[in-house]
Design a protein around this ligand. Structure first.
Ligand SMILES: [Zn+2]
Length: 508
């Protein structure tokens, strides 16, 4: 073998991998962390009291595990401000009584105590439709017509990747789960729809509507989302997401001229939200020079407010904290610093991780690198639900493939060895990847993710504890390898100077 090939061979400390597996399997704290991060912390909407509670619990656990430099760190202003839901009750009272599970839309307002009123449909298909509702909506409960149709599903509720699907993932494009490709967006139609919705909202506001009702999602579980609200704006009308079946029942009754009445009480609190916060802890590096370099592992701590954000993304926080705990318990002396970061504000635009980049890596004003940019070794992110790692996405960084091939070898028997060249998006690794930094997200079994995330059913029950244990072991191993490697992981070359365009590179 020629020398240069030998020199490229990755060294993996298999004794250490053995120890990591033993610690992760026999002394796992995943179950305890799962309880703390879901049931005990509760929902963790960005800017809410729940988020503060969750970040304090995470900090406490990190301190208990003996991490160092543990801190809750402010990163960015949060334009929406603080919002807490204090009370939600909704029931149909005519033609007969039936209570509904429901979830208020975040950053919307309250009812004036317990109200009882007629439910009316406001069906606006064009601006001309607005006129016919003028003068008719005072104190009414407005039901906006369904936008989705329920389809009976013959698919299993949960799934794992098959070998064929994993293989399909290794090609540059394609749809691994055999789904229909997404329809291209019709931007003009979306904009027109938005404008019409804004005008409808304006009319409802001026009319004095009491509550707005939405059908939520394709399943019988209210989905959580938030209003387009900026701190200081007037409070939007109280708004509820209802299960599509309850919403559908009332819509059908009203369309058949059966009068429908509801009683509703919603109490929400708006307050100035200081900032977006991240929770950070670390095992400091021990090499004289390399200790200033950072291997980062992370997940987002914030969630939507309906459930307890278990799969999305307490699961990732549990795995990342457990990964660092395993290394700490083994008393490793990594050359580089290994840092865990739990991000705030991911759901409203990756605020926590982007704030971290702005604070430590790239000056947001000048687009110039900060000194830590060169000391950034790698980032590993988990945010695809509770499912087991099946491999990793390269984000098109072919240079790391031979390294990851070696690093994942000890986990082949656990089914985690697929390496996909493609990009995967939608979460915090993008904040780093957009600057060419080596930042990666794992391929994970879907389990019930597509059905449950952002809904009221994203609770402890969605967690697959056995999978989370394995994910923590793999994360700990990869982080350890990255911290011990002679060189940092290879980066993508920058194709054009950032300052030339005066803009940041695009997000993928
Ligand atoms: Zn998420």
């Amino acid at each position: 073998m020629p020398f240069w090939l030998l020199a490229q061979t990755e060294k993996v400390d298999l004794e250490m991998i053995y120890k990591i597996k033993q610690e992760g399997m026999n002394n796992s704290k995943v179950e305890d962390l799962a309880f703390v991060m879901t049931d005990l912390s509760g929902p963790r909407l960005t800017g809410s009291t729940g988020f503060t509670r969750g970040s304090e619990w995470a900090k406490k656990k990190m301190e208990e595990f003996g991490f160092q430099n543990v801190r809750i760190e402010a990163t960015r202003d949060f334009n929406r401000g603080g919002w807490d839901n204090l009370k939600t009750y909704a029931a149909m009272t005519a033609p007969y009584y039936c209570n509904f599970a429901c979830n208020p839309v975040a950053w919307t307002g309250s009812t004036n105590g317990l109200i009882k009123s007629e439910v009316v449909i406001v069906d606006v298909k064009s601006e001309a439709d607005l006129d016919k509702y003028k003068g008719t909506l005072k104190d009414k409960i407005v039901l906006l017509p369904s936008t989705t149709t329920y389809e009976i599903s013959f698919e299993p509720l949960a799934s794992r990747y098959t070998d064929e699907q994993l293989k399909a993932l290794t090609t540059e494009s394609g749809s691994p789960r055999g789904r229909r490709p997404r329809q291209p967006f019709d931007i003009a139609a979306i904009m027109a729809q938005r404008q019409l919705r804004a005008k409808t909202t304006e009319l409802m506001k001026s009319e004095g509507v009491a509550v707005i009702l939405n059908s939520s999602g394709t399943y019988n579980i209210p989905r959580s989302n938030g209003a387009g609200y900026n701190s200081g704006d007037p409070e939007p009308i109280a708004e509820l997401n209802l299960p599509m079946e309850d919403h559908g029942r009332m819509e059908r009754l009203i369309r058949k001229d059966v009068p429908v009445e509801m009683e509703i009480e919603i109490q929400n609190k708006f307050f100035p939200s200081p900032q977006v916060y991240n929770v950070i802890g670390e095992i400091p590096g021990t090499d004289k020079v390399l200790k200033n370099e950072v291997v980062l592992i992370g997940a987002h701590l914030d969630s939507w407010h309906g459930g307890t954000g278990a799969a999305d993304n307490a699961s990732g926080c549990i795995v990342m904290m457990e990964a660092l705990r395993i290394l700490k318990a083994l008393n490793v002396a990594p050359k580089r610093t290994i840092r865990v970061a739990l991000w705030g504000g991911e759901e409203q635009g990756l605020n926590g991780s982007r704030g971290y980049v702005e604070k430590y890596l790239v000056d947001p004003e000048t687009n110039e690198n900060k000194p830590d940019f060169d000391r950034f070794a790698a980032y590993f992110n988990m945010d695809n639900g509770s499912g087991r790692y099946r491999g990793i996405y390269l984000q098109q960084n072919e240079m790391v493939r031979p390294i990851f091939e070696e690093w994942l070898k000890p986990f082949e028997s656990l089914g985690c060895s697929t390496i996909a060249i493609r990009n995967t998006g939608g979460t915090d690794h993008q904040s780093f990847d957009r600057y060419g930094l080596p930042a990666f997200q794992f391929i994970q079994d879907e389990i019930e993710y597509g059905r449950g995330y952002h809904t009221m059913m994203d609770t402890y029950e969605r967690l697959v504890i056995a999978d989370l244990r394995i994910n923590a072991i793999i994360t700990a191993s990869l982080a350890y390898n990255a911290a011990m490697r002679d060189q940092k992981l290879p980066r993508k070359p920058e194709m054009r100077p950032r300052s030339e365009s005066g803009q940041r590179p695009p997000m993928f």
